[in-house]
Design a protein around this ligand. Structure first.
Ligand code: BG6
Length: 490
């Protein structure tokens, strides 16, 4: 079926930085449905050629040089149009409809705009007869800053669109390695019998960034790491890691299992928040050999920096999933800006066997550990124990590892997270999109942590830019005799 993709906010940062480059990848992979037309809509007027030049520049900056070709650009750009207008105004939208959209085509609307105007755009779409049962609507975070504000945004969408028409993007679900968690767990039968509290000591999920908040200070200060990263990306990764095997890979089965995980998260309240969470804020330090300013010294975009801001640029949380499989297994989540390096990984630390037959004087017998590296350098690494080669008496041990790198052999990526997700919207597959119930459950859990911080007056602890985070995060782990997996030390 011919498709019209209307991008509202079509000249904005998200559209230019992510959407057009990702659509280009679809063209490159010959995945763009035939006769697709991409209509960028924005309030500012642009002449089509000038608009295409801007898109081309962003594309060349965001797509690997070897994947760009003038020939492909020609065919891709012939599909892109620009429509000037205010999508909250039905008259404007009607004009776009007349000029660019065809009733018999599949309509996909991408709202690359702030949620505060989602409702007005939905009304406008309805008034113009564009909100028909086949229309698909794509939205993404921030979807509120609490359960209450999410429900208000969602009500506005739900007034016009049914759940099966709504595609809520969490770009982490578009990442190859995040999807690979499903393959790792359910296509490799050796892991499943071990994937529970009987064999697993603890789990760590780390998303570490070396960048600071840059010129997003005012946005970030009202958001913080917990809302920006934990409520969505980290909890989604946790869901895929911890969910029960879904009956099938369709959207309903996968989303039902993920929701069960979120609903089983043990609430963290004012009584436990000091024991189970750590908030941090970066101070001046050195990242990649360069001195960088502290969070309160960043150049703000619009507002004066609040010198008393307690916004967390780092958070560590000890979570627990209260169900048959996971009860008793600490799940450590942590994420932060201006950390030592950019890397994301999941560590599944297995338990040590109860009875040791090896001579402990020879070498430390370490339990198995599975490290799933999400980025960069994607792959998995399983720590195993080996005999030290030689004539020494007994069976002395040393650790080695099975190391699989997924990226090897195909260094240049032919797609990114957004292209996978956009392709799924075009083929109407909601499996990798987040349901309203999931977003609500995630907010419910996160809201309690914020309430706990407020009630206890818990402040953000400073950490040096370029470090692994605040000392409190090490204490959080050390309390149970554990330590973070910080460097490749398998
Ligand atoms: C975004 C956050 O959702 O994810 C950013 O708003 C963060 O603050 C980004 O930097 C991280 O995404 P990635 O794909 O670079 O890990």
């Amino acid at each position: 079926m011919n498709t019209d993709l209307l991008i509202v906010g079509g000249d904005g940062d998200l559209a230019l930085r992510k959407l057009y480059p990702s659509l280009y990848y679809l063209e490159l992979n010959k995945c763009m449905p035939e006769n697709t037309r991409i209509i960028g809509m924005a309030r500012t007027a642009h002449e089509r050629n000038a608009f295409l030049t801007t898109v081309k520049e962003w594309l060349q900056n965001n797509v690997a040089e070897s994947l760009y070709s003038d020939e492909l650009w020609e065919s891709f750009s012939s599909k892109i149009f620009f429509a000037q207008g205010d999508a909250t105004n039905p008259e404007s939208l009607e004009k776009v409809k007349q000029d660019f959209l065809k009733e018999e085509n599949q309509l996909v609307v991408y709202l690359a705009i702030p949620p505060s105007i989602f409702g007005a755009v939905c009304n406008s779409l309805e008034k113009c007869g564009l909100a028909v049962p086949t229309t698909r609507l794509v939205v993404e975070k921030p979807l509120g800053d609490s359960r209450e504000s999410f429900l208000a945004i969602n009500d506005e969408l739900a007034r016009t669109f049914k759940e099966e028409q709504l595609f809520r993007i969490d770009h982490y679900l578009g990442k190859e390695t995040v999807q690979n968690l499903i393959a790792l767990r359910f296509a490799n039968d050796i892991f499943e019998p071990l994937w529970n509290s009987r064999y697993i000591d603890h789990v760590e999920i780390t998303v570490s960034e070396s960048v600071g908040v840059g010129n997003r200070w005012s946005f970030y200060d009202a958001t913080g790491a917990t809302r920006d990263m934990v409520q969505n990306h980290l909890l989604q990764v946790l869901c895929l890691l911890a969910m029960e095997p879904p009956a099938t890979l369709n959207a309903e089965s996968v989303r039902t299992e993920k929701l069960k995980v979120l609903n089983c998260l043990k609430p963290i309240t004012a009584e436990t928040v000091r024991d189970y969470t750590v908030r941090g804020q970066y101070r001046r330090g050195i990242v990649d050999g360069k001195e960088v300013p502290g969070y309160l010294e960043e150049e703000s975009d619009k507002y004066e920096i609040d010198p008393n801001s307690q916004t967390e640029t780092y958070v560590a949380i000890q979570a627990e999933i209260l169900n048959w499989r996971w009860s008793g297994v600490p799940i450590y989540l942590r994420t932060g800006k201006r950390l030592q390096s950019r890397h994301s990984e999941i560590v599944v630390q297995f338990k040590q066997s109860h009875h040791q037959i090896f001579d402990q004087n020879h070498a430390e017998h370490q339990a198995n550990r599975l490290v799933i590296r999400l980025q960069p350098d994607e792959g998995i690494r399983l720590r195993i124990m080996n005999k030290v080669a030689g004539l020494e008496a007994g069976i002395p041990l040393e650790s080695g590892c099975l190391d699989v790198r997924f990226g090897e052999g195909s260094k240049v990526k032919m797609h990114d997270a957004y292209s996978r997700l956009l392709f799924d919207v075009l083929r109407n597959d909601q499996t990798l999109f987040v349901s309203a119930a999931e977003v609500e459950a995630a907010w419910k859990w996160v809201d309690k942590i914020f309430a706990g911080w407020k009630d206890t007056g818990m402040k953000a602890e400073g950490y040096m830019a370029g470090s692994y985070g605040p000392a409190g995060a090490d204490v959080l782990m050390a309390r149970s005799g554990r330590e973070w997996h910080n460097v490749v030390k398998d």
